[in-house]
Design a protein around this ligand. Structure first.
Ligand code: NAP
Length: 310
């Protein structure tokens, strides 16, 4: 760890998802000896994903944790160091930049922000109280608790449908509750879901309350077209309604758009020279592992160039 009186690091990477670990690989191969702050979850969202079928080079697909492991090993092979710690504060007002963590403090000449995004919450009564007691945001983590049970999945995008299909491995039935009458998910996933006898759909409906005392018992639904309210019994509620970027730490220091995503240009430069942003923390559109990895590599290449010029 680099105390404030040590020589500053050449490159510090905040976050350890595909963007962070790809940035680490490229920075390490350029001899920057980068340190990666892992955050609470090494690997980020990918670590909680099962079969990934669209990352090139794995024609049979690969499990998320296995992909993270390979990313990490490859970056470490060239001298990157992954530290199990999280940034708690940053000061980008002058170089070297100062990054405070739970364990101490780092000085760094360049910083690559790859803090990703977290699941968006439903924000309805019962959700907070019953999280971990039937409400979940991670099918890979919690699916096995619902053997032979009936669960619902909220959302209509790729995540909702993909995770609903995963949950059919355990549950008796998986009901997808979507607020419209048409999925946002891609056609391949939609077809798989519609062909799976365990998957059911409730259209045009939103969850207005999650009901249960010690465990989830039901959800209250409201039909958006008719206004009708019903109670739908269920053992589990899996929420996949998009993400919010993890950018609280950078408020007032880096420019963000209205949704809170960091603004970066095609060179991954943020509003502060020497600070780069890559992956889902700055990508409100694609949100794909391969694209995040590419952005991380680009950010590291730019950091190398910046250090040469400054
Ligand atoms: P998303 O594409 O933004 O979809 C979010 C879904 O949640 C939408 O169907 C949205 O409804 C619904 N929603 C949003 N807020 C809601 C609320 N408050 N109450 C109820 N429903 C709400 O997010 P995502 O599915 O997490 O996917 C994110 C990105 O990752 C996408 O680019 C996706 O393609 C990608 N992805 C790809 C794969 C893959 O296997 N290829 C897997 C996972 C994710 P509306 O449709 O009405 O807006």
């Amino acid at each position: 760890m680099s105390e404030t009186n040590d020589a500053p690091l050449q490159c510090l990477i905040i976050g350890s998802g595909p963007a962070g670990l790809s940035a680490a690989l490229y920075a390490a191969r350029a001899n920057l000896a980068p340190i990666v702050l892992s955050g609470m979850d090494l690997g980020g969202q990918v670590a909680n994903t099962d079969a990934i079928e669209n990352y090139p080079g794995f024609p049979e697909g690969i499990e998320g944790p296995d992909l993270v492991d390979l990313f990490q090993k490859q970056a470490e092979r060239f001298g990157a160091e992954v530290v199990f710690d999280s940034a708690t504060g940053v000061d980008f007002s002058e170089r070297p930049f100062k990054i405070t963590t739970y364990a101490g403090e780092y000085l760094a000449e360049t910083v690559i922000v790859t803090t990703g995004a977290s699941p968006r919450l439903l924000d309805v009564p019962g959700e907070k109280e019953l999280t971990g007691r039937g409400v979940s945001y991670c099918a890979t983590c919690d699916g096995h608790f619902f053997q032979e049970q009936d669960v619902i999945v909220v959302g209509g995008g790729d995540s909702a449908v993909k995770e609903a299909l995963f949950l059919t491995r355990f549950a008796n039935s998986v009901t997808i509750i979507h607020r419209r009458d048409k999925l946002r998910a891609g056609i391949l996933l939609e077809t798989r879901a519609k062909e799976n006898p365990k998957v059911k759909f409730i259209w045009d409906s939103v969850v207005t309350e999650i009901i249960g005392e010690d465990a989830v018992r039901a959800v209250r639904l409201k039909n958006k077209k008719t206004g009708e309210e019903t109670e739908h019994p269920t053992d589990g509620v899996f929420v996949f309604i998009g993400h919010i970027p993890n950018t609280e730490l950078f408020e007032g220091q880096l420019d963000m758009n209205e949704q809170g995503y960091l603004i970066s240009d095609r060179h991954m430069r943020t509003s502060i020279p020497g600070v780069y942003a890559a992956g889902e923390v700055t990508d409100d559109h694609f949100q794909q592992i391969v694209i995040s990895a590419g952005m991380g590599a680009a950010a590291a290449m730019e950091a190398v160039e910046f250090l040469e010029e400054n």
